[in-house]
Design a protein around this ligand. Structure first.
Ligand code: SAM
Length: 398
């Protein structure tokens, strides 16, 4: 078994970091070159501040596995984290604990926000932001920075050259003065300040929408949500299976709901069903909530709930609600630039544990992913209930 490099050396100490889910190939680190540039940039900024001055409030954004938050907390800054992803939030908390920084994080008052809109206005001195790869997400975060930053704040934004949205620098120039540092570690670092720049505003991109004619549903997605600008072929295939079924179900879970297409179809086809929408991304859950309200109004809203959760970790079965009798799932097959079937496996095993006896799991996947074998190991018999040259829908019963 290959053991990936797990020790990150920084000016604030050496830290042990792991990917979540675990990288079975043993080749991927839990940080990238952009994280290193940001941590070095934080060190430079702190060295410019008077030693006896107040500790800065540092906002960490786009931290996938904890490298940035661990460094910020170790620097003794007051850290504030913006984490859309429940999986990333879990990884950050685990990284703090593994590096014996959990108590210090508590002392420094670490707060985690699942939406950048929730970060207090004019509260931030330094931003450490790994921008990732989605232009819409860059616009979303950038559009809040002026509001949440103090006048003399510095924003450090960095991304890997292969992923960096080409519009990053022009977008940042709309909100402040930008210095682009020379490229290093296959990444680029931008430093943004607001002191000399005229106030300009950056509008959010309009959310993308898809209309599904045969069901008369409009699905609108926040930036970064799966397949926001078109209906995924796999989603359509599973939606068709739901549309054609003659059975009825009392409590349906749309597991990994994205913008909620499958749950919306369930609300429409099963008029008495309660639907739980679950996704690890807050933007996805917010999109699903919006879509239920926009397509159906109050009645369907009252028979839905929307949860940000790593698979079923934070899904409680409320008393008085019927047990789960159908899970609909189009599992993810990659996480932070790496292919993985770990999440699909968790979704299958946890669905088995959460379904009531006789309850069913319907899964859509690319044929070559071989979900059939995994489902058979967990559930026993598996039936193919939908098919397309590239995709299959598989059904199994607890
Ligand atoms: N069901 C939606 C559809 O068909 O359009 C989205 C499917 S997309 C292939 C997979 C979804 O799973 C993404 O929205 C992703 O955010 C979500 N996801 C990934 N890892 C997850 C996890 N650990 N727990 C819950 N949801 C997760």
């Amino acid at each position: 078994v290959l053991v990936p490099e797990v020790e990150l050396l920084t000016p604030f100490g050496a830290f042990e970091l792991h990917r979540v889910p675990v990288d079975r190939s043993g080749t991927l680190r839990a940080w990238d070159g952009a994280d290193v540039l940001l941590i070095d940039g934080l060190e430079t900024l702190l060295s410019r501040r008077p030693a006896a001055g107040a500790r800065p409030r540092v906002l960490v954004a786009g931290d996938n596995f904890g490298a940035l938050t661990v460094a910020a907390v170790a620097s003794r800054a007051k850290a504030v984290s913006f984490c859309d992803s429940a999986v990333a939030e879990g990884a950050v908390i685990a990284s703090l604990a593994r590096n014996e920084l959990a108590t210090r994080a508590e002392e420094c008052g670490l707060t985690v926000h699942t939406a950048i809109g929730d970060v207090e206005s004019e509260s931030i001195d330094v931003v450490l932001w790994n921008v990732g790869r989605m232009t819409g997400v860059v616009v979303e975060v950038a559009s809040h920075l002026r509001r949440i930053c103090r006048a003399n704040a510095v924003v450090l934004a960095a991304g890997m050259d292969k992923d960096l949205p080409p519009q990053t620098a022009p977008i940042l120039r709309r909100i402040g003065d930008v210095t682009t540092h020379p490229g290093r570690r296959k990444a680029h670092l931008f430093e943004v300040s607001f002191m000399n720049s005229a106030t300009s505003s950056l509008e959010q991109q309009p959310p993308s929408s898809v209309h599904i004619d045969e069901l008369n549903l409009t699905v609108t997605s926040k930036p970064g949500v799966f397949s926001g600008d078109r209906l995924d072929v796999g989603t359509r295939l599973l939606a068709d299976v739901v549309r054609m079924t003659t059975d009825s179900y009392g409590h349906v879970v749309d597991l990994g709901c994205g913008a909620g297409t499958l749950g919306l179809v369930a609300l429409k086809i099963f008029p008495d069903a309660f639907v739980t929408f679950v996704d690890e991304s807050q933007r996805a859950v917010d999109s699903a909530r919006h879509n239920v309200e926009a397509n159906f109004g109050t009645e369907a809203f009252q028979r839905s709930r929307f949860l940000r959760s790593n698979v079923f970790a934070d899904v409680e079965l409320e008393t008085g609600r019927s047990a789960i009798d159908l899970v609909l799932c189009n599992p993810p097959f990659h996480h932070v630039n790496a292919m993985t079937d770990e999440v699909a496996w968790s979704m299958f095993t946890q669905s088995y544990d959460r379904l009531q006896p006789g309850g069913e799991l319907w899964v859509v996947g690319n044929r070559h992913l071989g979900y059939h074998h995994k489902l058979k190991r967990v559930f026993g018999p598996v039936t193919q209930v939908g098919s397309h040259p590239k995709f299959v829908v598989l059904a199994c019963r607890r």
